[in-house]
Ligand binder design. Sequence first.
Ligand code: ZN
Length: 77
Amino acid sequence: MKENGIGYGSFNVPVDRCLQCGYNGVIYNECPKCHNHEERKMERIRRITGYLVGSMDKWNSSKRNEEKNRVKHGGQQ
Ligand SMILES: [Zn+2]
């Protein structure tokens, strides 16, 4: 329970860092400042993004179940 609240706010915004020029910000394929595209020269802090993507599947399947339940409910009423 305690661990859930620690440092959550600071992880909401994904921020990458270019180790080559020191750029701080979102880096997609390459650094917008020095055009470095080597992953080894980047520091990526994006665990939250991976978590959100992973939970999307569960979201979809629970949504489908909800729809099934709704159909049953309507028939009983
Ligand atoms: Zn850079």
